[in-house]
Write a protein that binds this ligand. Structure first.
Ligand SMILES: Cc1ncc(COP(=O)(O)O)c(C=O)c1O
Length: 469
């Protein structure tokens, strides 16, 4: 009998001694715990957390339909690396890489395009970065030049993975500050930072901090001029963690991908707008020539000679099945519909926030289904609350809407962000907007400034700015 049907078992769970004792925290328990009780204990640990679909902080998929979910659950025990045991998983992975590469207009011919699966964009970015570094090193070696001072150029709005990449591989990170005039990568400044040791420039499609896109086509043009003038070969790796699955559907004529000569690799998260549950990234190279041989490792102890590219060895296969299912089920048409809806809902929220006199949207137009806003500077002069208070207030209704400070150079700016994904409806957007309006109404009745406001003003006073209430 299934234990779930065992009514007596269920009654015993809360009658058990485990339920009145603290949960194991330091040592593996000495004795066994019956499965239904252990299950309940683990389940209850996750019970009080917020509703995943109300989490507007994350880019990562929180909703898949039952077919996709079942496929993934059924494959939960499959290790991707066991290609000999599950050869079709490797085939499906190759097909997904083909589809992603073609979606990004790869010029590569042949049945199998060059790419790799990752646990997320982080692994995919690392692989793209390592390939750029090894290619640069090879060229330097061949020219008899030193190869001990590689650098990489991108804007300060980088995602933390690039900091990790540069630390782990000891690559100098050269960052172009975002400014109020240049809310995306300032191309002239980026080019000025390049030299013979630059392994690549990394523009971002779907900047984590703002939701905007760096201008990759103009960067490509500027690099064409720069590389011709200097004789260097500085390429582009596009970090398209979010944009990689948005641009091909919502703005297919925009040239940001392999249609541009200097774009040699692109990474994305299958688990963001690829619409698969967490644990999936993709990286694609323009051509096999751009994937250094040192990055492909072969092992022979799994029953065949297997070559793989990746930082991890074992990895779940379920996400690959989920991605392949989405590609078949949704097709280009379905992806476009889902993302157009997310965009329409994001635009609706953007308009509604823009109508509130206490707020000011950061950008006029949306390029991806996410956006940020700040307090209106005039309103801010007399406000008794901050966006951090609003974040806390919204959390009481289950919403996760993060407030944060912007990167270096404009770090005095506090913003709030919503990321709209599959799973968010217009009705839910109305609930969110209402909750925001209600929260603001309550804040406006405050007699005294909140703690977060006082802290903010103390910091501002140190810089000479004084607020009045
Ligand atoms: C631009 C960018 N790059 C890389 C990443 C890392 O992605 P992942 O969480 O898939 O590892 C993110 C995540 O938000 C991102 O926004």
């Amino acid at each position: 009998m299934n234990w779930k049907d065992n009514k007596e078992g269920a009654a015993n769970i809360f009658g058990s001694h485990q339920m009145r004792e603290p949960a194991p925290a330091e040592f593996i328990p000495k004795h066994k715990t019956p499965a239904p009780i252990a299950y309940q204990m683990v389940k209850d640990e996750t019970f009080p957390q917020t509703q995943p679909r109300l989490n507007l902080a994350t880019f990562v998929t929180t909703y898949m339909d039952d077919y996709g979910t079942n496929l993934m659950n059924e494959a939960v025990g499959i290790n991707y690396i066991d290609e000999t045991e599950y050869p079709r998983v490797a085939v499906m992975c190759g097909r997904c890489i083909n589809m992603v590469a073609n979606m990004w207009n790869t010029p590569e011919e042949g049945d199998w395009k060059t790419g790799a699966v990752g646990i997320g964009s982080s692994e995919a970015c690392m692989l793209g970065g390592v390939a750029a570094w090894l290619r640069w090193r090879e060229r330097r070696k061949a020219a008899g030049k030193p190869y001990d001072k590689p650098n990489l150029v991108m804007s300060t709005a980088y995602q933390v993975v690039w900091e990790k990449f540069c630390q782990l591989w000891q690559i100098e990170m050269r960052t172009v500050p975002l400014t109020h005039e240049h809310p995306t990568l300032d191309i002239d400044e980026a080019i000025k930072m390049c030299d013979e040791n630059t392994i690549c420039i990394v523009p971002i499609a779907g900047v984590t901090w703002t939701g905007m896109n760096d201008d990759i086509e103009s960067l490509n043009d500027a690099l064409e001029e720069y590389n011709t003038r200097t004789g260097y070969d500085v390429p582009i790796h596009v970090d398209a963690a979010s944009g990689g699955f948005i641009l091909p559907f919502l703005n297919p004529s925009k040239r940001w991908d392999f249609r541009l000569k200097w774009v040699l690799s692109i990474s994305t998260s299958g688990h963001k707008y690829g619409l698969v549950y967490p644990g999936l990234g993709w990286v694609v190279w323009r051509d096999r020539r751009y994937l250094p041989n040192e990055m492909a490792f072969s092992v022979n102890y799994l029953g065949a000679n297997i070559t793989q590219v990746g930082l991890n060895f074992s990895r779940p296969a379920a996400q690959i099945l989920g991605q392949y299912y989405n590609f078949i089920h949704l097709g280009m048409e379905g992806y476009k519909e889902v993302h157009s809806n997310s965009m329409a809902i994001a635009e609706y929220c953007h308009d509604e926030i823009g109508k509130m006199s206490c707020f000011r949207n950061y950008s006029k137009k949306l390029e991806n289904p996410l956006f940020i806003w700040t307090m209106d500077p005039i309103y801010d002069e007399t406000a008794k609350w901050t966006l951090f208070d609003l974040q806390d207030k919204l959390m009481q209704s289950g919403w996760m809407v993060p407030a944060y400070t912007m990167p270096k150079n404009i770090e005095d700016m506090v913003v709030m962000r919503v990321v709209i994904r599959q799973g968010m409806s217009r009705d839910m957007a109305d609930m969110l907007i209402n909750d925001i309006k209600n929260a603001v109404e309550e804040f406006e009745k405050l007699e005294y400034p909140t703690q977060s406001r006082l802290t903010f003003e103390r910091k501002e006073a140190q810089k000479g700015k004084v607020y009045t209430h």
